[in-house]
Design a protein around this ligand. Structure first.
Ligand SMILES: Cc1ncc(C[n+]2csc(CCOP(=O)(O)OP(=O)(O)O)c2C)c(N)n1
Length: 629
């Protein structure tokens, strides 16, 4: 097994078992990418983890995490109009944040070329929706390549990058969760790029880059012309596949991961349908589709999420007067969720019952207990929710935001009754406060989210004099997506940087009522929140404590580290169960048969934030055990 750095930079051809998220970085290196930007979000953060596998001095490109997806697109665009081939990557809903700039891209002449990689999330494994970003590609005239495996991620990126450079445009590479995370052996070409030409070539004379007035129509024409060039590029492309099973009755048009699910589903079938697997899902290779439709009596369009290709295929059949029956997403349930092999098997069995050999259901004697997500042992957010709950009234309305602290909505805290999108809580809270002097409003924001999209809502609260309390859950990192740095962390992807404290920003934004409390100091936090809630106008409490998962991982790497734990002293324990029922740290275990609370030392990190929660003072550092005897 080669080292990650060698996989990404090795100049001789080789093959290796890698994730889609790794294969794409190798492709970026081969394509001579000079600037890569991102904002973290599943399923793509491992692209950055792979980049981190190349020593900073050896990286042939600049990489940075930006404060949000919009800025990430802008930095990549700025580099590309100056001649640097660039890439930006982020998760599905990141495109909503980036949209204002993203939709303009193909109106512009982009000499370096840009590849925009999005990680869509059918099945919503780690997103608040399943949005199908192929739609926004159409709206912005952006060609979309859709690979279905790590090998295709590699080859499709190279094609997307070549197209972007040749036609001086932006091209989308649409990945989905299992394409990002799936692993297979990928054959990599060798590479030997010439020294990059870093001449800053931007000119922009005569308003060429200013989309105002008559320029807009001219620019839009350019975007449409380049779309046509993109579809021409596909004719005869080796990336598009035709699986000829000599079946003139049935065919399937598909793309991406569903293609592999289809192959899996029909591997043992008799009378397999012919398959046209598209590499580009927008624009579609119309000639190939016409030929395929003409050659079959019945064609199924097999695609995850919306009926995006289906609509175009039906339009093509209509325009070309082709007599073919086209099957697609007639059933609403087929718009929802991933097209795994089992799912595709079920869809096919319903449409073409003679095709699929019924497979006996897999029975397993293992029963897996259902587990709800929860905060880590020692999490400062738990300590915060435990304290904040004591300051709240039953009638208060709490508004969650996106991050680890979203889990506050779960029992026993049940704090955060609405959730929408990153940074949305403060604005929603302001709406809730209107015509409402009976119920108090408390909103939450993580610190990464504060910088990402949280600030405009705060400015609005000050500007329009809203009555609410915001609690910034400041753990010093972007915890939920894997501890990426943000402007409040004091470091960025490439090293240390000036820390921008949340408090200073709040002061700069005009917030007058600000209190900062360590979340492990629960009494002070309860008091601070109670005071803020009673104060007139907009108040902010910064509930601070470093992410303990990150902290403990760092400690464990230090030589001589010995784990510390707490214990429940049975002599003092009065079985109030506050540690289990109200504080709810997963380290506490209830042994019902023995009527006893104990500590699972595999989970406990010894942070001690629980000690203050026990009314009978039974929780103590394990090191005190000897003393009490
Ligand atoms: C627009 C958008 N981009 C990225 C994400 C992925 N994501 C989920 S939570 C989160 C931020 C978490 O950091 P923070 O706000 O500091 O909260 P924490 O998890 O540390 O509590 C991110 C980037 C997302 N959900 N939406």
């Amino acid at each position: 097994m080669k080292k990650l750095g060698d996989i990404l930079l090795g100049k001789e051809p080789f093959s290796e078992h890698v994730m889609g998220n790794t294969a794409v970085v190798r492709a970026m290196v081969e394509a001579g990418t000079r600037v890569i930007t991102s904002y973290p979000g599943s399923p793509t953060p491992e692209i950055a983890s792979a980049i981190a596998g190349i020593h900073q001095d050896k990286r042939p490109f600049h990489f940075e995490f930006c404060v949000n997806e919009k800025v990430a697109v802008e930095v990549a665009y700025g580099a590309a109009v100056n001649g640097r081939p660039s890439v930006v990557f982020f998760k599905s809903v990141g495109l909503n944040v980036a949209a204002d700039t993203f939709v303009q891209l193909n109106h512009m002449d982009i000499p370096g070329g840009m590849v925009v990689i999005i990680g869509d999330d059918p099945g919503a494994h780690s997103s608040q929706n399943e949005q199908d970003n192929r739609h926004i590609a159409r709206m912005s005239y952006t060609p979309v390549f859709e690979p279905g495996s790590p090998s295709e991620v590699y080859s499709f990126f190279l094609a997307a990058s070549a197209m972007a450079k040749k036609h001086r445009m932006a091209v989308l590479l649409r990945l989905t969760t299992h394409v990002c995370h799936g692993k297979e052996r990928v054959s990599f070409s060798g590479w030997n790029n010439p020294e990059p030409d870093d001449t800053p070539i931007f000119r922009g004379e005569g308003g060429e880059y200013i989309p105002i007035g008559p320029n807009v129509a001219r620019m839009k024409k350019r975007a449409l012309d380049r779309l046509e060039l993109a579809s021409e590029y596909l004719s005869g492309s080796a990336l598009q596949r035709l699986e000829d099973n000599s079946n003139s009755a049935r065919g399937v048009i598909t793309a991406g991961l569903p293609f592999y699910s289809l192959l899996d589903s029909i591997s043992k079938a008799e009378g397999k349908p012919d398959i046209l697997k598209l590499a580009m899902v927008y624009p579609i290779d119309e000639n190939a589709v016409v030929e395929f439709l003409k050659a079959h009596k019945e064609v199924l369009v097999l695609e995850e999420l919306d009926d995006f290709m289906e609509q175009t295929v039906k339009r093509i059949a209509y325009d070309h007067r082709i007599d073919v029956s086209i099957l697609g997403k007639e059933k609403q349930e087929n718009w929802i969720g991933e097209y795994t092999p089992d799912r595709v098997k079920r869809i096919l069995a319903e449409l073409w019952p003679d095709l699929i050999i019924p497979i006996p259901p897999v029975t397993s004697s293992l029963s897996v207990p259902p587990r709800s997500p929860q905060m880590c042992p020692g999490c400062g957010h738990r300590s915060a929710f435990h304290a904040i709950a004591k300051a709240l009234k039953e009638t208060d309305i709490t508004v969650a935001d996106i991050g680890c602290h979203t889990l506050g909505f779960l029992p026993p805290y049940e704090i955060g009754r609405l959730l929408m999108s990153m940074g949305a809580s403060t604005g929603i809270g302001q709406g809730l406060s209107l015509f409402n002097d009976q119920r108090r409003i408390v909103t939450f924001l993580g610190d990464s989210t504060f910088f990402h999209a949280g600030m405009p809502g705060i400015v609005n609260a000050v500007f329009n004099k809203h009555q609410l309390t915001l609690i910034v859950m400041d753990n010093g990192t972007t915890a939920m997506t894997g501890h990426q740095d943000h402007p409040g962390s004091g470091s960025n992807f490439n090293g240390s940087t000036e820390r921008i404290p949340v408090r200073n920003v709040l002061e700069g934004l005009g917030v007058k009522d600000i209190t900062e409390v360590d979340t492990y100091n629960q009494k002070s936090l309860t008091e601070a929140v109670a005071k803020a809630l009673d104060a007139p106008g907009f108040s902010v409490v910064i509930a601070k404590h470093p992410c303990m998962l990150k902290f403990t991982r760092e400690q464990k790497r230090k030589p001589g580290y010995t784990p510390k734990h707490v214990r429940v002293n049975p002599d003092n324990c009065t079985l109030t169960r506050e540690c289990i029922d109200d504080f709810a740290c997963p380290s506490f275990m209830w042994k019902a048969d023995e009527d006893e609370v104990s500590v699972n030392t595999d989970l406990c990190i010894g942070d001690g934030s629980c000690i203050q929660t026990c009314p009978s003072r039974a929780i103590e550092p394990e090191s005190k055990k000897g003393e009490s005897k």
